[in-house]
Design a protein around this ligand. Structure first.
Ligand SMILES: Cc1ncc(COP(=O)(O)O)c(C=O)c1O
Length: 376
């Protein structure tokens, strides 16, 4: 079947797997059947062949340059997603102490702590949940209880479900909970990676699933300071052992080749947009527009303290919850997809990663205002 009409595309607010830049999908579609004149798709070639090795090396190089990743960090392309990393991180880093610190700021960090407790002693530094189980602010610093002997300090910089974010930079030095400055910080950055600048040197490990800001699901990225390699538990599967993966340039096992290829196209797209600093400005503008719209009326509300509001996942509620179904039905009919909030939180959530253009948020805001006029 052939069609000369432009394909039907909507504004997709899915939290992940999330929207990809249209230009990237167009390039991938054009190359699907005949990649590099080889008469095959990139999915159909060996990961050890020269052509794919070039793709993987270029993707890694572009990722490094976009994030300004220092030389003393290894970039690993793995599988298992961020939930896999919840077990893989302790298997790689918890020894010899056998314990680690976890800061709970939302659903995902709570889940990380729970999984890590299967491998050793987990110290809950603080839990930001309120009496109703909602996360609206970072727990007060003076209430943190850090185990100074913990092998690392784990946190999540952007809680995708709760719409709460912080920069992940923590001062671990003030009394009375003095922790050694050498304690590496391990951060789940699944939903903010490449959306704004990040000082990689402040972290021991950064990890996440690719399916929000990088590419399709199936690819997990890990950025690990090289001095942290070589500590894995003897029972850590070799394919999940950071040192082994690093020594084999992420080709110890067959990597998710198509996801790496697409990630490479997304990196090239982001470089063409002016890089992380440029897209960060657009991201800030998108988030401001949406939060301003929510704050300007009683019809909608958001509970997260302004200083901790996520720029990637904007959660909001309708004061009259009986209108939720109608809101979702009408928004979808208006070409605004996947605005339903996570089942644990309810309400609405607009995920506005790098691939969401400002025009998408403008369309959403116009819809929200019109909906309020109709039903407010
Ligand atoms: C912050 C964060 N951590 C972990 C996960 C789980 O990731 P995965 O499904 O790739 O294992 C997600 C997925 O939405 C997430 O947003």
């Amino acid at each position: 079947m052939t069609s000369h009409q432009a394909p039907h595309r909507v504004f997709n607010f899915s939290p992940g797997p999330a929207a990809l830049p249209t230009e990237v999908l167009e390039k991938a579609a054009a190359e699907m059947l005949d990649w590099r004149g080889m008469g095959v798709s990139v999915m159909e070639v060996s990961h050890r062949g020269k052509d794919f090795m070039e793709v993987a090396a270029k993707a890694s190089h572009d990722f490094r340059s976009l994030l300004k990743i220092p030389e003393d960090y290894a970039v690993l392309f793995m599988q298992g997603g961020a939930i896999g990393e919840n077990g893989i991180v302790p298997l790689n880093l918890m020894l010899p102490q056998g314990k680690a610190n976890y800061l709970i700021t939302g659903q995902w960090s709570a889940r990380s702590a729970k999984e890590a407790s299967r491998y050793g002693q987990v110290q809950i530094v603080a839990n930001g949940a309120d009496a109703k189980g909602r996360y609206q602010r970072l727990p007060t610093r003076s209430d943190w209880q850090i185990d100074p002997e913990g092998a690392y300090f784990h946190l999540c910089v952007n809680e995708t479900i709760d719409g709460l974010a912080f920069d992940g930079l923590i001062d671990r030095g003030d009394a009375p909970f003095q922790a050694p400055a050498a304690m590496p910080v391990v951060a789940d950055v699944s939903s903010t990676i490449l959306s704004e600048a990040l000082d990689v040197s402040q972290f021991g490990v950064l990890y996440g699933g690719a399916q929000k800001n990088i590419g399709p699901a199936g690819l997990t990225f890990v950025i690990v300071r090289k001095d942290l390699l070589g500590r894995a538990h003897p029972l850590c599967p070799s394919a999940f052992n950071y040192q082994i993966v690093a020594e084999n340039d992420s080709m110890y096992n067959t990597p998710p080749t198509y996801s790496i290829y697409l990630a490479g196209l997304v990196f090239e797209w982001l470089i063409a947009q002016g890089g992380v600093e440029s897209i960060a400005k657009v991201n800030a503008q998108k988030a401001r527009l949406l939060y301003d719209t929510i704050d300007q009326t009683d019809f909608y509300y958001n509970l997260v303290e302004p200083a901790y509001r996520s720029k990637m996942n904007v959660c909001f509620f309708l004061r009259d919850e009986t209108l939720n179904t109608q809101f979702l039905k009408e928004s979808q009919a208006s070409g605004l997809l996947a605005l339903k909030g996570h089942r644990l939180v309810g309400g609405m959530r607009a995920s506005i990663y790098n691939a969401m253009p400002l025009a998408g948020v403008e369309a959403l805001v116009a819809f929200m205002k019109a909906f309020e006029k109709r039903y407010g």
